[in-house]
Design a binder for this molecule. Structure first.
Ligand SMILES: Cc1cc2nc3c(=O)[nH]c(=O)nc-3n(C[C@H](O)[C@H](O)[C@H](O)COP(=O)(O)O)c2cc1C
Length: 176
């Protein structure tokens, strides 16, 4: 999917409805990717994103060591790949090769963008102060890329292999 640069101040519009994401990292010449649903916006400008990454995941150590990652947003088109990346470890599997994902060079970080995802957010680790106690990391988005896809069918995790897709958009009239 071809992506264009996207304004950092609008990154919240990509994440605040809580889509499943795929976090890509790179270390020692090897790319890895894990699937993640526990994330939240923390601030608009600069865009800060909080996420929980279990210390049992390979990504936990790679993020702590390299202080960089990319948040990629998948859609229904690659739902099975996202699920697969969430149930295998980069410790013993090259997930890009095993699940047919294409790494693309990022502009500011070493971790790769995932070509098949409709949006990719290059991030630097902003704060790992709560990672030992809660596995909680705050990431700063330093460059954002989005494809022109209209109404992307993002995935919203219900647990296990169940997901919701985005529904109707409603505009609510303001009280005053
Ligand atoms: C839909 C989905 C959502 C997930 N969300 C999270 C999450 O929020 N945090 C987390 O630590 N693991 C989450 N996982 C599990 C990791 O993706 C999984 O443990 C993965 O194998 C870790 O890969 P790694 O060892 O290569 O880092 C999720 C898995 C799936 C399928």
């Amino acid at each position: 999917m071809k992506k264009k640069a996207f304004p950092l101040v609008k990154v919240n519009t990509l994440l605040q409805h809580g889509p499943v994401v795929m976090i890509s990292t790179a270390a020692g010449g090897r790319n890895n990717v894990m699937t993640l649903s526990w994330l939240t916006m923390v601030d608009f400008d600069p865009p800060l994103v909080g996420c929980v990454i279990s210390d049992e995941n390979r990504t936990f150590g790679t993020l702590k060591n390299t202080c960089e990652c990319v948040i990629n947003i998948p859609t229904l088109a690659i739902a099975r790949k996202a699920l697969a990346c969430g149930s295998t470890s980069g410790a013993d599997t090259d997930k890009f090769a095993a699940f047919g994902l294409t790494p693309q060079k990022a502009s500011l970080v070493k971790a790769p963008l995932i070509k098949e995802c409709y949006a990719s957010l290059e991030c630097r680790l902003e704060d790992s102060g709560m990672s030992d106690k809660y596995n909680f990391f705050v990431l700063k988005v330093v460059k954002a890329w989005v494809s022109g896809e209209k109404k992307p069918k993002t995935l919203h995790h219900l647990g296990g292999n169940s997901f919701m897709l985005p529904g109707r958009t409603v505009k609510v009239k303001k009280w005053k």
